[in-house]
Write a protein that binds this ligand. Structure first.
Ligand code: COA
Length: 416
């Protein structure tokens, strides 16, 4: 099955990328438009041979819900206005948490079609204007309002159900999820753009001192009441935080990219698929069919196999989501993703590095910005510019961005 129905008929290159730090407090006095402009200006400045914003021919902005979060919609035109690139076409893309991953695919197809040579694509979300319970209600709009939200489900609850199903069917366990969290916090501690930049043991010591408790190791802390259950079996450190931020990429057709840089990163393959919104309609809760199909499309277009991927940014909104992704993307057989994480096979020096930037767990998850931030990370990795979390010998990278509990998945494969 070929869902996106296209071969990429032109080469598509990323020539520049920018990203704000993701954080819950740092951007308190900023609006989405300001965050987007900040990331866009950084992207402009990152183009090796210079780039002027009027060279952008079209803009695509992933944004989940600036209406609910800020009382402001029409985010793409607003961003174009604040970037000073009107009357260029500006389009908002909304596909829940996959908004800017899907925007990446739309922007790629806009170049592949020949409609444009140079496009800007990114994403933004400013969530922290609302209290956590209001954020939870807003996010729940991406689940099935009748069958899931009506029955009391929130996103932590939905992913908790997926974790329980995986534990029951494949014998995975919470300690394996904890290994994913420990790894992602370790990587986040090396990433200056990450929301959380501390190892779990550092947090354990800090919270331990405040509460007159000591911990031998991460697992002892993660099992303690200082890491409360959010939705059984998921605890606080199994969840991504609520963050503000933006990320922006500049894409160019292969034949014009070399004018801007000698080291473009190519988008070799793209894929996208959908599934039932409501979990109760899925045949198997332990696999994300949309991820398998989107990955198969992207691999086929890019002429690669899962084993060729060296580094991947995957959608770990909850630790169980990373476990599922590493299986559904074909990195590990079904049922073995948890063990692989526990054995360090997804670490910075593992067989396939997963979430070197800290993932959603530690880097943060400003919904609309997440897919673009993944592309930012893989762009940096393929150019050898990822700093302290750089992975050695990267030839192929992958991004996997998921909307809801798997109803939308976009995948991109990148190469040099
Ligand atoms: N992991 C680790 N620490 C976290 C955290 C997380 N996910 N979320 C918050 N914290 C920390 C904060 O940094 C803060 O520490 P500090 O006081 O030292 O600064 C403390 O916990 C309290 O933060 P607060 O924002 O008040 O937490 P909360 O209890 O209101 O929210 C969650 C916690 C898990 C409910 C919230 O982060 C959440 O809803 N996450 C999931 C978001 C989501 O569903 N996204 C979409 C996925 S599909």
């Amino acid at each position: 099955m070929r869902g996106v129905g296209v071969r990429l008929s032109r080469e598509i290159a990323i020539i520049g990328a920018g990203m704000t730090r993701f954080h819950h407090k740092l951007h308190a006095d900023k609006t989405s438009r300001e965050l987007f402009v900040k990331a866009a200006l950084e992207a402009r400045g990152s183009v090796d041979n210079g780039f002027e914003l009027p060279e952008v021919e079209a803009l695509f902005v992933g944004n989940f819900s600036s209406d609910a979060f800020e009382g402001q919609i029409h985010m793409a035109a607003l961003a174009a206005d604040w970037l000073g690139i009107c009357p260029r076409a500006a389009t908002r893309v909304e596909d829940a948490c996959a908004s800017s991953g899907v925007a990446m695919n739309v922007a790629s197809m806009a170049i592949a079609s020949g409609a444009y040579d140079i496009v800007m694509v990114g994403g933004v979300e400013k969530m922290r204007g609302l209290r956590t319970e209001e954020v939870t209600d807003t996010l729940a709009m991406a689940a099935d309002a009748v069958y899931e939200v009506g029955a009391g489900f929130t996103f932590p609850g939905l992913f908790a159900a997926l974790a329980s199903a995986h534990f029951a069917k494949h014998g995975s366990n919470w300690e394996q999820l904890a290994a994913i969290s420990i790894k992602n916090h370790h990587n986040g501690a090396l990433n200056p753009k990450a929301h959380f930049q501390s190892e779990i043991m550092e947090t354990a010591r800090k919270l331990g001192e405040r509460n007159d408790m000591t911990f031998e190791d991460e697992l002892e802390f993660l099992r303690s009441p200082l890491n409360p259950v959010i939705a059984h079996p998921l605890r606080l450190f199994d969840c991504c935080p609520v963050s503000d931020g933006a990320a922006v990429l500049i894409l160019a057709a292969g034949d014009v990219a070399r004018k801007f840089t000698d080291t473009p990163v190519y988008i070799r393959g793209i894929g996208q698929a959908s599934d039932t919104l409501a979990l109760h309609d899925r045949v198997d809760l332990t696999t994300m069919n949309a991820a398998k199909i989107a990955a198969a499309q992207a691999y086929e277009i890019a002429w690669v196999k899962a084993k060729d991927i060296d580094v991947a940014d995957v959608h770990d909104c909850f630790t169980i989501a990373e476990l599922l992704a590493t299986e559904d993307l074909g990195f590990f057989p079904k049922g073995e993703g948890g063990l692989a994480a526990e054995n360090g096979r997804t670490a910075l020096d593992g067989d396939v590095t997963v979430n070197p930037d800290g993932g959603l767990k530690a880097k943060g998850h400003p919904i609309g910005a997440t897919g673009a931030a993944m592309a930012y990370e893989i762009f940096k990795q393929l150019r050898g510019e990822a700093g302290r979390h750089q992975v050695d010998d990267v030839e192929y990278g992958l991004t996997h961005n998921m909307g809801g509990s798997g109803a939308t998945v976009s995948v991109q494969v990148y190469g040099r």
